[in-house]
Design a binder for this molecule. Structure first.
Ligand code: NI
Length: 182
């Protein structure tokens, strides 16, 4: 396994649209080890999700996992989930706002409205279909990673940039309030 370099905003790959994978491509050892490297990279940097564009690969692969996380305390756990060719097929009308950050946009946080719940269809790392009904933080992470695979980042989803906050200021001024809200 290997820890990969994370592309930051400004690298063209972050804005690239991604190509889907067919069953044969999913089974390739290169793809399987890429997924392993993505998982290890996400864990190394305390991410809760990572999209392939973030490690300079414009393919439709994302990994998600929420465990006890110093970057996101007080959020519910999500087991390790590998999404290949994900499609969000249904979104709740209700939107909820909450803080987001991104490993490709280090040291910043912003309030982002997201659909409160989503249905996501994808393939797992064995090429098997998966159907996810997610709400709350899990739904938020799915939307964040799905956005990456279309070349979008959370900044694009903010109605304006007035809540954009450096992480140290977030911890000083906003972290507790965010905790109270949940
Ligand atoms: Ni991100």
């Amino acid at each position: 396994m290997a820890i990969l370099k994370v592309a930051r905003l400004g690298h063209p790959v972050i804005r690239m649209e991604t190509k889907s994978l067919n069953a044969q491509e999913i089974r390739l050892p290169e793809t399987q080890s890429l997924i392993d490297h993505m998982i290890e990279t996400m864990r190394e940097y305390d991410g809760v999700g990572l999209a392939a564009t973030q490690i300079h690969v414009a393919r439709q692969i994302a990994v998600i996992e929420v465990k006890e996380n110093s970057r996101y305390p007080d959020v519910p756990e999500v087991p390790l989930t590998v999404l290949i060719n994900p499609r969000i097929t249904k979104r709740s009308q209700k939107l909820v706002e909450d803080w987001e950050g991104c490993l490709s946009i280090p040291d910043l946080r912003g309030m982002v409205p997201r659909n409160e719940s989503v249905i996501c269809e994808a393939l797992d790392r064995n090429g098997k279909s998966i159907h996810l009904e997610a709400k709350g933080f899990f739904a938020r992470v799915i939307q964040h990673e799905w956005d990456h695979l279309q070349g979008n980042v959370y900044l694009d989803r903010m109605p304006n940039l007035k809540t954009l906050t450096h992480l140290s200021e977030f911890i000083r001024h906003w972290a507790n309030r965010a905790g109270e809200k949940k």
